[in-house]
Design a binder for this molecule. Structure first.
Ligand code: MSP
Length: 644
């Protein structure tokens, strides 16, 4: 059976950041893992180049759209090349073959009666390239996904009969509980479908930057909706609609996406495939969102972090390791240089790097770099048994995309190795004239490192090749079979000296994101670093105190005209510091309820505009199915009293 792995195709309206890199790293890791296991594998990535958003970005940059798309697409390609991403194809939606495939799909759906022509009147968000019904808008105007203003658009449009697939989709989710990974995410998809699917407008007449209608329609006013065009890339890349050369790779074994685009991949995409009578992908893997130092990355904040900058400073494969180790698949993650440095120093440098250095050093001293596994079983049966247990536990973790658990488990091998050195102290054995035992321990470590480097190879391909080279073997499907499946020992060999693989990092190597925070590695208390290394998703106490929480007294409360949700409040934080806060609590409080009462205020939020009004803070509130209530101090406190 073959394996087909895809990333989303990236919009070419800006260059890649570490969020994009994360999706690509996971996909590349899985593809390499499958190849290592000897599977016939095809790995696709590429760029999404049509639609109004790209057209507008090109205009802002004073470039013809195609030229602009070429330039940005090339930056993605060269970035992935820098990271040695082993894709089999880099598709661009402006490729002629892709356009032919999209037109073919459109014709097929139309012939089946799944596409019809009508009029559309709706609220369109250009940024999300999506129509929303009025009921879903925030305050009747703003996009429910990104919060930007939507425009009312009325146009003639072709529609895809999405509604027809509602029941089929629900039945499919029921029968395939692991269609979406992590499994827990299927609920939001099901709820969306159960809420009712409206037919989907799949063409546009308001702009021209898209795949043209098939000639047979003789309807040049329309271009294809960018999501129809984009999703089809997963099959046009295999030759759908043209030569079908690689269509035997379909269905995909895993399609990786960020959680923000899960709906498109778990609802629209399967419906399109059902219409085309093609099988559905085995899994859609939805990963979480990356922030930088706890904040959402955005160009306007100036805190977007370029993968190349990180790679140049800290090493490309160290970054891959960090991102895959740091976050449980599906959960949000935070990129902080301190957490990154901790992992480089403790896990890569101490646990792995030192182990290799130690056996190079010891074998140099005791046996002129000769390593022989002959006595390992005699002295280290216990360690070999444990090692094999760890190795046998890994496959299921990778197959379930649990890269953080996979690496955590793999690291147990180094713990076994380090413990064996401490317990057997080869230097003592040498003094006691027990050279066989000393050399057996050295050979045990070499065997541990050989297996670990095979299994770490998909995550750190070049680094592990260097380790394997030092240990006189090559990482490929043969060595996978030999060391991992058949559990053979290394043949006698002469170990090569290699320079330290993971030099320790003592300071931040790239400038901090532009915001106030402690700026030296030393500022992170040691015990907190430890906690971070051991448990996922916890914050340091310092991170909590970055939020300034204060008691505030509401001294004015006004309704916001035309808004169903917002109230405009003046909140006194003491010492003549009165902040204007626009809060979405109108459904739960009247202005009279609030006047003169106290609330807990997030006082150091960057000001934002809501419906054109400045909002300089936020009130803490708790919301459940019974409604919302403000979080307030139990007794009256002086305005401005800090909370914490
Ligand atoms: N072009 C569409 C995808 C079409 S696929 C048929 C798109 N492009 S995107 O460039 O905006 O995003 C591509 C991927 O990057 C998405 O999976 C998205 O989730 C991911 N990320 C973008 N920013 C991210 C973070 N900050 N963190 C993690 N992933 C993020 O959507």
């Amino acid at each position: 059976m073959s394996k087909y792995i895809t990333t989303p195709i990236y919009y070419v309206n800006g260059e890649a950041h570490i969020g994009h890199a994360y999706t690509t790293f996971i996909a590349d890791t899985i593809a390499r893992y499958e190849r290592l296991k000897g599977e016939r594998t095809y790995f696709l990535t590429g760029t999404d180049e049509h639609g109004q958003k790209i057209e507008e970005s090109a205009q802002k940059n004073n470039k013809p759209t195609q030229e602009f798309a070429n330039e940005i697409s090339a930056t993605f390609k060269s970035l992935w090349d820098e990271f040695d991403i082993g894709y089999d194809k880099f598709i661009r939606t402006t490729d002629e073959d892709h356009k032919i495939g999209v037109q073919k799909a459109f014709e097929t759906m139309y012939a089946k009666g799944d596409i019809y022509k009508d009029f559309y009147e709706g609220h369109y968000c250009v940024s999300c390239e999506t129509f929303f019904p009025e009921t879903q808008l925030i305050d009747g105007e703003f996009c429910p996904d990104c919060g930007r203003t939507t425009n009312v658009v009325k146009e003639e449009s072709y529609f895809f009969r999405l509604s027809k697939y509602e029941d089929k989709l629900l039945a499919y989710y029921e029968d395939h509980p692991d269609f979406v990974l992590p499994r827990s995410r299927i609920n939001e998809v099901k709820n969306f479908v159960k809420g009712g699917l409206r037919d989907l407008s799949v063409t546009r007449t308001s702009f021209t930057w898209g795949v043209k209608m098939p000639k047979s329609f003789d309807d040049d006013k329309h271009v294809m909706y960018v999501w129809l065009d984009a999703l089809l890339n997963y099959i046009t890349a295999l030759g759908y609609g043209k030569d079908e050369a690689n269509m035997d790779y379909w269905p995909a074994s895993i399609q990786l996406v960020g959680k923000d685009i899960l709906r498109f991949h778990a609802i629209y995409w399967p419906a399109f495939l059902m219409s085309l009578e093609l099988p559905l992908p085995k899994h859609i893997g939805a990963h979480g969102w990356w922030t930088r130092d706890g904040e959402k990355m955005s160009k306007s904040k100036g805190n977007v972090i370029a993968p190349k900058e990180v790679a140049d400073a800290y090493g490309a494969e160290n970054l891959r390791y960090f991102m895959l180790r740091e976050v449980p698949f599906g959960q949000d993650g935070d990129f902080s240089q301190r957490a990154f440095i901790d992992r480089i120093n403790s896990e890569l440098s101490n646990d792995l790097g030192n182990l290799l250095n130690r056996i190079i050093g010891m074998s140099g001293k005791y046996s002129e770099f000769n390593i022989n596994s002959v006595d390992v079983l005699k002295y280290h049966k216990k360690e070999l048994t444990k090692m094999n247990e760890v190795l046998d536990s890994l496959d299921v973790l990778m197959e379930n995309l649990q890269t953080h658990r996979y690496l955590e488990e793999l690291w147990k091998l180094f713990a076994i190795g380090n413990k064996a050195i401490e317990e057997h102290a080869p230097w003592v054995k040498m003094k006691e004239n027990k050279k066989d035992e000393a050399l057996a321990t050295v050979a045990l470590i070499a065997n541990i490192l050989a297996r670990a480097s095979v299994m770490l190879h998909p995550v750190m391909p070049n680094t592990t090749n260097t380790i394997a080279d030092a240990l006189n073997f090559e990482i490929n499907n043969n060595s996978y079979k030999k060391f991992i499946l058949d559990k053979n020992m290394l043949e006698p060999f002469v170990i090569k000296k290699v320079p330290p693989l993971f030099p320790r990092v003592e300071e931040l190597l790239i400038p901090e994101a532009p915001r106030a925070e402690p700026n030296s590695l030393k500022d992170t208390p040691k015990e907190n670093k430890q906690v971070l290394a051991e448990e996922d998703n916890l914050i340091e106490i310092g991170q909590f105190f970055e939020t300034s929480l204060q008691v505030g007294t509401i001294v004015e409360a006004l309704e916001v005209p035309k808004s169903k949700k917002l109230l405009k409040l003046q909140v006194d934080l003491g010492e003549e510091n009165v902040k204007q806060i626009v809060a979405g609590i109108k459904e739960f409080y009247t202005t009279e309820d609030l006047l003169g009462t106290q609330a807990c205020v997030v006082a150091n939020l960057k000001p934002a505009k809501l419906m054109g009004m400045l909002s300089e803070g936020m009130l803490l509130a708790a919301k459940d199915e019974d409604g919302l209530c403000l979080v307030r101090p139990e007794k009256f406190k002086k305005p401005g009293t800090p909370i914490g």
